[in-house]
Design a protein around this ligand. Structure first.
Ligand code: ADP
Ligand code: ADP
Length: 226
C-alpha cells in the first residue's frame, strides 16, 4: 500500500507550467528526497500534495484516497503531518506551548512525547518557557519540526527544512532526523535544495528540473553518476 502516489500530475499558474507530468511515489518506511534548484517546482509540489494548489490533470493519492476528498479524520488516522517552509508557529506562545499544539493527534502520552522531542532538540529543551518569537531562525525551524513530531507522524512532509540555516543547526536537525528514522521508522518526503542533507537522509531521490522529473533512483545510484 503506497503512502503517497502522484500520477501524470500537471500544475500551472496561468500560462506558466510549474509541474509537468509528475509520477512520484513514497512507500511505507521510505525517506524520499525531491531535489531541485530555485524555481524547479518544489513548493508547487508540496502545495499540490497538501491540497493548496489544484492540479490540471493527474491524480494525487494518500493511501489510495484522492487528496481533494481527504478528511481530517482520515489524515489523523494515517498520521500525515506537513511541516511547511513557513513554519507556522505562534510567536507569543512559548516553545512548550507550541509543542503541545502539535500533539492534537496524540494526546495520550503528551508528557513522554514532550520529553522525547526535548531529547532530540537540546536547544529547545533549554528554551522551554521562551516565546517562539524570541528564538533564532534555526531554533524556530527546530520548533516547527519538533511540533510536527509531537503528533507522532507516520508520514512526515518536510518542505525545505534547512533553508537559510547555519551549519551547526543543520547538524542538529540531521541528528534528530536520523534518530526518528532509526527509532520510529517514519516515512518522510523531503523537498530540499540542500543536496548534501538530502543525500544523507534519503533512500531514494527525485531530481526536479524546470518542473519535470529529470532523474529518479536510490541515493546510492545517483551518487555514483553525480
Ligand atoms: P521551487 O519551490 O523549487 O523554488 P516553485 O514551485 O516555487 O519552485 O516554482 C516553480 C515555477 O512556478 C517557477 O517558474 C515559478 O516562477 C512559478 N510560480 C510559482 N508560484 C507562482 C505564482 N504564484 N504565480 C506564477 N508563477 C509561479
Ligand atoms: P541567529 O544568529 O541564529 O539569528 P539570534 O542572534 O537571533 O541567532 O539569537 C541568538 C540566541 O539568542 C538564540 O539562542 C535566541 O534564542 C536568543 N534570543 C534572540 N532574541 C532573543 C530575545 N528577544 N529574547 C531572548 N532571547 C533571544
Amino acid at each position: 500500500d503506497r503512502v503517497l502516489e502522484l500520477e501524470g500530475v500537471n500544475v500551472s499558474y496561468g500560462k506558466v507550467q510549474a509541474l509537468r507530468d509528475i509520477d512520484l511515489h513514497v512507500d511505507p518506511g521510505e525517506v524520499v528526497g525531491v531535489i531541485g534548484p530555485n524555481g524547479a517546482g518544489k513548493s508547487t509540489l508540496s502545495d499540490t500534495i497538501a491540497g493548496f494548489k489544484p492540479y490540471d490533470t493527474g491524480t494525487v493519492q494518500f493511501r489510495g484516497t484522492e487528496v481533494s476528498t481527504l478528511t481530517p479524520d482520515k489524515l489523523t488516522e494515517d498520521r500525515v503531518i506537513y511541516c511547511t517552509e513557513r513554519r507556522d508557529l505562534f510567536g507569543f506562545m512559548t516553545v512548550a506551548e507550541n509543542l503541545r499544539l502539535g500533539a492534537y493527534t496524540n494526546r495520550d502520552n503528551l508528557k513522554d512525547r514532550l520529553e522525547f522531542v526535548y531529547d532530540l532538540f537540546p536547544r529547545l529543551d533549554e528554551r522551554r518557557e521562551q516565546d517562539a518569537r524570541t528564538l533564532s531562525g534555526g531554533e524556530q525551524q527546530m520548533l516547527a519540526i519538533g511540533r510536527a513530531l509531537m503528533g507522532s507522524p507516520e508520514f512526515l512532509i518536510l518542505d525545505e527544512p534547512t533553508i537559510g540555516l547555519a551549519p551547526v543547526i543543520i547538524d542538529d536537525i540531521t541528528n534528530a532526523l536520523e534518530q526518528i528514522q532509526e527509532e520510529e521508522n517514519v516515512t518522510i518526503l523531503l523537498c530540499e535544495q540542500n543536496v548534501t542533507f538530502t543525500f544523507r537522509h534519503a533512500d531514494r531521490i527525485y531530481l526536479l528540473e524546470k518542473g519535470s522529473i529529470a532523474r529518479e533512483g536510490t541515493a546510492e545510484a545517483l551518487r555514483q553518476d553525480k
